[in-house]
Design a protein around this ligand. Structure first.
Ligand code: 8YV
Length: 320
């Protein structure tokens, strides 16, 4: 009998067909609700789970007694209760290494869009307002030679530092759980404590995983330490930021603006204040969302799943 896999995120057709050759696949490409009875019914006899963002916790795992592997199509794994999975001898895997450059591109796109006010100027053009040379009221700020602060110098952080150093000649400060010798050697990145980084950086990029230690890492105190001319970028997880504090900082001009890829609640409520501010550039969690990279992620996640479901230790085992 074929092992059964529940797939709850869109997966490229060829990879889905590959899965279907050796597995019974139940496909929920538009999955939204972990308590959807149809979804829960399939979990009961599932050996593998493939997708991203679903909270894999005790409540869900009690309804999936046959599960052998949970394969995330993401590098982040804050949706996984690793202790609960370990206790039940269920493998958990992610997709590291294939999305670093693409996500760093997206973060730099946010830096440039926020600094040069691209969305505002695009709207200005398309509303037909361009009649004369634009005035200072629509000027942006330089990115080159400005100081970049990276909170979380992991692989994506290093890819961001590479762009800043070689592409924009930016001095780089970073704060991390541990020193990153590569970033210091290759990009002249300077380690400093969080408060010093916040006080000196012109662009602050938050790139940490979401953990109990980083939950709401950026609050009123932290935004208050930033330069009034600084721009805050979040490419990590929305829950690393106290959004009410960010709103307050923006409304009171404690900082110049923000560029956001992630939000406390996703999808974010269409009426959310962060979506009403012209100095806030927002995109819908698209860090890795290119055709090439999402294919590579799905490829890796399917490979992880197929190994695990056949009792072989998968390559990208999460051991945190
Ligand atoms: C994922 C991400 O594509 O990899 C991660 O951790 O946040 C993104 O790159 C996203 O989580 C998919 O929903």
């Amino acid at each position: 009998m074929k092992p059964k896999v529940v797939v709850y995120r869109p997966v490229p057709a060829d990879l889905l067909q590959e899965l279907q050759q050796t597995c019974e696949v139940k496909y929920f490409p538009k999955w939204e609700d972990p308590r959807d009875p149809l979804f829960v019914a399939e979990l009961k006899t599932a050996h593998g789970l493939l997708g991203s963002g679903l909270p894999i916790n005790q409540e869900l795992l009690e309804q999936a007694p046959l599960l052998k592997i949970v394969s995330n199509i993401s590098v982040g794994y804050d949706n996984l209760d690793l202790a609960e999975l370990r206790q039940r001898n269920i493998w958990a895997t992610n997709t590291p290494g294939v999305l670093d450059e693409t996500t760093a591109d997206a973060i730099f796109a946010l830096v440039l869009a926020a600094a040069r006010r691209i969305p505002e100027l695009d709207s200005y053009m398309k509303a037909g307002h361009w009649r004369e040379m634009i005035g200072e009221e629509l000027f942006g700020v330089d990115v080159h030679h400005k100081t970049l602060g990276i909170i979380g110098m992991g692989n994506i952080g290093k890819a961001i530092a590479k762009r800043a150093h070689f592409g924009f000649d930016m001095p780089i400060l970073y704060h991390n759980r541990s020193r990153n010798q590569e970033a210091e050697r290759d990009f002249q990145a300077v380690y400093c404590e969080l408060d010093e980084l916040l006080g000196k950086a012109d662009f602050v990029c938050l790139m940490t995983p979401h953990t109990p230690e980083t939950d709401k890492l950026m609050g009123e105190r932290e935004f208050g330490l930033m330069k009034k001319t600084a721009i805050f970028i979040n490419g990590s997880r929305g829950k690393n930021v106290d959004e009410q504090a960010l709103i307050k900082a923006l409304q009171n001009n404690w900082i110049r603006g923000a560029g956001l890829d992630v939000y406390e609640q996703e999808p974010i409520d269409p009426t959310h204040p962060l979506l009403t501010m012209p100095n806030v550039v927002t995109v819908p969690h698209i860090g890795s969302a290119t055709q090439e990279t999402r294919y590579q992620m799905a490829r890796l996640a399917v490979d992880n799943l197929l190994k695990g479901i056949n009792g072989l230790t998968p390559p990208n085992l999460i051991t945190a």
